[in-house]
Design a binder for this molecule. Structure first.
Ligand code: PSU
Ligand code: MN
Length: 314
């Protein structure tokens, strides 16, 4: 079915960039509504948009508001989203709920990829993707499904170390999703740079990544592309600090699940909140840091992709 463009609303900034054919970077908003506490969520929204601009691209924060998919948001709209009472966490199956019931919500990685692709945006920055959870059987994030069939390049810091990371990487491999390490051959683990898991290819500059994307999609591949950038060493939380915390949070999740008090979409926000509490806010600092870094890298990649497209169409 043809997409009804009436579902989408563009900010002026994004509208201009589209008309002028300038590079655009999609940004997710579940991190604002469910991932980060206030007031850090508002601060992050602003800083992440700014770092995208500084690096030569236009930010398009994507979220559901007033029954429309917003692609690019004005500051008052972001405020409204963040202040909303009980916003939805919008993955693929939740778009029509938000539109039908006119409920505000933040889009997940899967949701943001969907909206980006429908509006012609091919580069997206997030913190970490969802993956295969350890606790409940079949708790597999829709992010992985979206990555398998939506052709958008996603810049991330790997997947949360609270997940079953080997299973997450196996899933990515099974579904034919390239996992590119930016200046690393190791799969980053969100709060740390990672140590044992490997990416499918290492690339050290953005032109090479843009070339890779052109070739991947030019061949006719339909999957997304994951580009993983580890957080700097100074911001890493070492394994000896993190391992006992992750064990504790995982045990809590299992217990709450067995009591039917936690399930589905609630799991990831609960885990992020508990890790933040148990690290006395340190995980939040790390999380904010790699979000900003990923915004910067995504902007540089979007610029390189744009340059490539311009050459191709000349
Ligand atoms: N990583 C973060 N903060 C977040 C998320 C990931 O640092 O808020 C969000 C992303 O939007 C991701 C979602 O798509 O969590 C995954 O949720 P689930 O595991 O329920 O699919
Ligand atoms: Mn889940």
């Amino acid at each position: 079915m043809k997409v009804d463009t009436n579902f989408f609303h563009f900010s002026n900034e994004v509208l201009n960039a589209r008309i002028l054919g300038q590079p655009i970077v999609a940004l997710e908003s579940t991190v604002l509504t469910h991932g980060l506490p206030a007031p850090q969520n508002a601060e992050l929204a602003k800083n992440m948009e700014e770092v995208v601009r500084t690096n030569g691209a236009t930010p398009a924060t994507i979220a559901l508001l007033d029954g429309k998919v917003h692609v690019g948001m004005e500051p008052p709209q972001i405020e409204k989203l963040i202040a909303a009472n009980n916003p939805l966490k919008i993955s693929l199956r939740d778009f029509a709920t938000a539109i039908t019931q006119k409920r505000p919500g933040g889009t997940t990685v899967a949701g943001t990829m969907f909206a980006a692709e429908k509006t012609g945006i091919s580069v997206f920055a997030t913190g970490g993707i969802g993956g295969v959870h350890k606790e409940a059987e079949l708790d597999i994030s829709t992010d992985l499904i979206a990555l398998s069939n939506i052709p958008v390049l996603v810049v991330c810091a790997g997947a949360k170390s609270i997940l079953n990371l080997p299973a997450t990487l196996e899933y990515l491999e099974t579904m034919g999703i390239p996992v590119i390490g930016y200046k690393t051959s190791i799969f980053p683990e969100f709060y740390s740079r990672g140590s044992t898991l490997r990416v499918s290819a290492q690339m050290d500059d953005v032109d090479e990544i843009a070339e890779f994307a052109k070739n991947h999609w030019g061949l006719g591949m339909r999957s997304g592309i994951l580009v993983c950038q580890p957080v700097e060493m100074e911001y890493e939380i070492s394994d000896d600090v993190m391992a006992p915390i992750l064990r504790q949070v995982s045990a809590e999740v299992k217990e709450l699940q067995s009591q039917h008090k936690l399930s589905g979409q609630q799991v990831t926000p609960y885990e992020l909140m508990r890790v933040n509490e148990l690290t006395n806010g340190r995980s939040l600092q790390t999380n904010m840091r790699f979000l900003i870094n990923n915004g910067a890298l995504a902007a540089k990649i979007a610029v390189a992709v744009n340059k490539n497209n311009a050459i191709a169409s000349a």
